[in-house]
Design a protein around this ligand. Structure first.
Ligand code: NAP
Length: 281
């Protein structure tokens, strides 16, 4: 067990739920590999207590933290400033805390997602599921890469986009029901799941099972190896990419933003893959 002292630098991640997050695994592996006197802690934060929690982290001299569902958008109002592209997205996944208590937000999800598109190529048409903080980063990534049409579906209607977004003409809103989702999948080369669906045992989406096939690429931001959505997409013969690659790439960028040091990329990647392989057993 590592010994901590008053000099140990503390980082963390806030979310609700938080127990599934792999960020503590690879951050702490990275600190060990670099011999740094730092630790990364998961904090369960209820939405009602977000403001108190954020102010508390600053008071406790935490150096920086990551933000996961459902706080990526609601945290913005507690921050002193945002770096691009977090300022246009109004969604943040990394927050640096300065010694005077100021907090700067950044969004590394977009870079994590773009690293996948770079390898896989850019489709003309894509279906995006979800409209939370991560989905908004994916949307920007798709548009900036040159995707012409984004069919965009969310369980709660109307949350997809601010009316003044420069990419609003590329959006075709899709109602959240099986028939409309199947139609949108049939027109898309790529389907991205940026909802929280997949973490619970009972989660499923029948439209995917009925319309994915070997011609489609399915990217799921979630990395739960037991996700029914991932399992079904593979059964349909679609090319499937889970959230582990995005986790690694956004994590590397976030590590460098929050600590100011180069990230040990191979340690980060191998610790994530080892943990996922263990969970899949
Ligand atoms: P968020 O802001 O809380 O948004 C959650 C989204 O999921 C919303 O669109 C919500 O729809 C939808 N949703 C939740 N439960 C649903 C259900 N039962 N049926 C249909 N839709 C449902 O979360 P986020 O930060 O955008 O993250 C979304 C997911 O992506 C999370 O699971 C997160 O772990 C994952 N993620 C992974 C990475 C990675 O590096 N691999 C990075 C970022 C995020 P409503 O608007 O209707 O509530």
């Amino acid at each position: 067990m590592k010994a901590f002292s008053g000099r140990t630098r503390v980082y963390g991640i806030i979310g609700d739920p938080i127990s599934h997050s792999l960020s503590p695994v690879f951050w702490n592996a990275a600190f060990s590999a670099l011999g740094e006197d730092s630790v990364y802690v998961p904090f369960h934060v209820d939405s009602q207590k977000l403001g108190d929690a954020v102010r508390g982290l600053a008071c406790l001299s935490v150096k920086g933290f990551n933000v996961t569902s459902p706080h990526k958008e609601s945290i913005v109002k507690f921050l002193s400033r945002l770096q691009p592209p977090a300022n246009s997205l109004r969604a943040v996944n990394s927050v640096k805390i300065f010694s005077n208590g100021e907090m700067e937000g950044s969004n590394t999800d977009i870079g994590g997602f773009l690293s996948i598109l770079k390898k896989e190529g850019v489709p003309k048409k894509a279906l995006l599921l979800g409209a939370g903080g991560a989905a908004k980063a994916v949307f920007l990534g798709l548009c900036e890469s040159g995707v012409e049409t984004v069919f965009w579906a969310n369980r709660t209607p109307g949350k997809q986009l601010e009316p003044d977004s420069k990419y609003k003409t590329r959006v075709v809103p899709v109602p959240w029901n099986e028939i409309d989702l199947i139609k949108a999948i049939s027109k898309s080369e790529l389907v991205v799941n940026a909802t929280s669906l997949g973490w619970n045992k009972t989660d499923s989406l029948s439209a995917l099972q009925k319309s994915l096939n070997f011609r489609k690429l399915y990217i799921d931001l979630n990395y739960c190896s037991k996700s029914n959505l991932l399992i079904e997409a593979k059964k349909c013969g679609a090319r499937v990419i889970d959230g582990s690659e995005m986790l690694v790439n956004q994590g590397i960028e976030s590590f460098e933003f929050l600590t100011g040091n180069s990230a040990p990329q191979e340690i980060i990647r191998s610790s994530v893959l080892a943990c996922l392989a263990k969970e899949a057993q």
